[in-house]
Design a protein around this ligand. Sequence first.
Ligand SMILES: Nc1ncnc2c1ncn2[C@@H]1O[C@H](COP(=O)(O)OP(=O)(O)O)[C@@H](O)[C@H]1O
Ligand SMILES: Cc1ncc(COP(=O)(O)OP(=O)(O)O)c(N)n1
Length: 270
Amino acid sequence: MKHVPCALTIAGTDPSGGAGIQADLKTFQELKCYGMAVITSAVAQNTTGVKDVHHLPLGFLEKQLQSISEDMPVHALKTGMVAQKDMMNVIADWIPKIDAYYVMDPVMIAQSGDSLSEEESREVLRNQLLPLTSLVTPNIPEAEEITGKRIKTEKDMKEAAEAIVKNFGAGAALVKGGHKKGTAVDYLFDGNEIYTFESERIQTKNTHGTGCTYSAAITAYLARGYSLPEAVKQAKHFVTEAIRHSFDLGHGSGPTNHFAAREEVSNKWM
Ligand SMILES: Nc1ncnc2c1ncn2[C@@H]1O[C@H](COP(=O)(O)OP(=O)(O)O)[C@@H](O)[C@H]1O
Ligand SMILES: Cc1ncc(COP(=O)(O)OP(=O)(O)O)c(N)n1
């Protein structure tokens, strides 16, 4: 039987479909992975922001994780919104039980400005989860929070990527430049060298869920056996096309288009 790459996301929900678990599963499906999802928090949100959050009980998080590891193969997994330190501890205990690439999107604050993680969880993220990662994908504010240093220049971004690997034990770090002016440039440090991934900046307000989509795409490519730099390169293309063909839906920052990279659909629909 043909081997199917299996990708898992551990994250919160977005009923409006642009971010969180929903964005991750759409991305896994687009990139020909069998997608699985463990929910940390149910989030009432849409393109305008977060309305309410309901954290699932810890014991239930454990049962979901166990349901995966006792039955299903996982070739690569990602974590997104993990709001509480106790949830992080549960996940940190579980990850070493499986043999899979681990991509962490260190979700802290949504684009709307709403907080998606508790302040006290940040230390557990740094000390318990980061050392387990194959890759962490902070945006600039998240990289500042992890390193405790302000990031103003592209040199600062590269230094932050190096520091996150050398000082905090991440397997690799991709510092994303979505929040800066100029081209959309991201820097990857894999422990040996810095790689640059750059695209033009697309003029749109519809970028809800870009970070989720990008990290899910990297996870999918890792599950498929791509090397880390190649997985990031392909995922960067995927997210750039998703932003270029994003949807003007909702009253806030609209969602990206998870099927934009499909050549035939881009031609037919856009
Ligand atoms: N307007 C844009 N045009 C092109 N690429 C963008 C744009 N905004 C963000 N990106 C890219 O999308 C990806 C997600 O980045 P970012 O927005 O920083 O993440 P997050 O959603 O976690 O804040 C990165 O590759 C970034 O460079
Ligand atoms: C449940 C959930 N997880 C993560 C986010 C943040 O998503 P992100 O891709 O960083 O995009 P923005 O929301 O910042 O546009 C979220 N909103 N919800």
